[in-house]
Ligand binder design. Structure first.
Ligand code: ATP
Length: 362
């Protein structure tokens, strides 16, 4: 029986694409479907192949194997300018001698628009990125955030079906970055253009993406909404990339009814969800904010430890707790509404709720 069709045909279809540079495989058999209007973030450390995958979609690189389709049409043989795709670079590559309006209008060259049509399109784009009044300014007189918006308007000028963004906010400082993430997302929603965004910043991927694809050494190792990746990482690598995590080594117990497993660790048995062969060496992954510190007496599996560090961070306390066997766990908790901070050297209880503990292959 044929597989059921997805609810909407994919905008972008990448099939087993591979790109080698000499002995190095930069992109290794990646397959991926993108829904229309979706924002997809490629996340991974430097050198994992994110930019190469983006450049393959744009047509700046030719794959050694595999195919790329857009709306069902094979793009693989088309040069970059013939693809209904546009790319925005981190450097923005604005023309310094041209005004904001001319930079944006440059994106319309070759479309055969009349002067009037082009002027209207430019005005609409400038409005979209909220740069009205800046039309005749030169890029060098703009702030980083404004330059970013000029580059975005120019990249959107030809109304691409898909926009590729390489570290789009990389040049902005932290506060401006967070503001601009929201703006970028709002513009994208208004237009419904599909976005593929390359970033090595996990927070940014979480803020922007409908789905994140994690790349590791040329492979796409896990794809899903940020929350799925955060709560159910497929590997230690993904767990660590998405945020801080405690990794506790142990051996996996046998299958049990109810789906939970028991992992024997130096801290004692820990109940966790996940799969694997009984006896396998595993790690239990627990996010610091899911540890229940203090007041855990009476919960099954409550452990005893000593607080070795407690740092006040405004909205939460970050702490380190040494357990009887010497393992140090990191916890992060909302502040108690009233009352003193827990003191260093104090004995504390620690509980690991079973729904916060994931079994990962060691
Ligand atoms: N033109 C090239 N010639 C040779 N090797 C290349 C070329 N482009 C990329 N590579 C190699 O392919 C691998 C993936 O590079 P890529 O730029 O895609 O990584 P990345 O994840 O985007 O990294 P970064 O975040 O640092 O940009 C790297 O090992 C890189 O050295």
């Amino acid at each position: 029986m044929p597989a059921p069709l997805p609810p909407t045909a994919p905008l972008l279809g990448i099939e087993r694409i591979t790109k080698r540079f000499g002995p190095q495989t930069a992109v290794d058999g990646v397959s991926l479907d993108l829904a229309p209007g979706e924002v997809f973030c490629l996340l991974g450390p430097s050198g994992c192949g994110k930019s190469t995958l983006l450049r393959l979609i744009a047509g700046f690189e030719t794959p050694d194997a595999g195919a790329i389709r857009l709306d069902g049409a094979d793009l693989t043989a088309l040069p970059p300018h013939r693809r209904p795709v546009n790319m925005m670079f981190q450097s923005y590559a604005l023309f310094p001698h041209m005004s904001v309006a001319a930079n944006v209008g440059y994106g319309l060259k070759g479309l055969g628009l009349s002067r009037k049509q082009a002027a209207e399109r430019v005005a609409g784009l400038i409005k979209l990125v909220r740069l009205e009044g800046f039309e005749s300014r030169r890029p060098e007189t703009l702030s980083g955030g404004q330059r970013q918006r000029v580059a975005l308007a120019r990249a959107l000028a030809r109304e691409p079906k898909l926009l590729l963004l390489d570290e789009p906010l990389g040049a902005l400082d932290r506060t401006l970055r967070e503001e601009t993430q929201g703006e970028l997302r709002a513009i994208q929603r208004r237009l419904g253009t599909g976005f593929v965004v390359v970033t090595h910043d996990t927070q940014e991927a979480m803020a922007l993406a409908d789905r994140i694809g994690v790349m590791e050494r040329g492979r796409l190792v896990q794809v899903g909404p940020a929350r799925d990746l955060y709560e159910r990482p497929a590997s230690r690598f993904v767990a660590g990339l998405l945020g801080d995590v405690n990794l506790i080594e142990g051996r996996l117990g046998p299958d049990e009814p109810g789906g939970l497993r028991t992992v024997e660790t130096a801290l004692g048995p820990i109940r966790a969800s996940g799969e694997g062969a009984a006896g396998a060496a595993v790690v239990v992954a627990v996010r610091p904010e899911r540890l229940v510190v203090g007041g855990a007496d009476g919960l099954p599996g409550t452990l005893q430890g000593t607080l070795v560090e407690a740092t006040f961070l405004g909205d939460r306390i970050r702490s380190r707790i040494r357990m009887a066997d010497g393992t140090v766990l990191r916890a992060s908790a909302a502040l108690p509404a009233t009352g003193p901070m827990p003191g260093v050297g104090e004995a504390v209880t620690v509980a690991i709720p079973a729904d916060a503990a994931r079994v990962l292959s060691a």
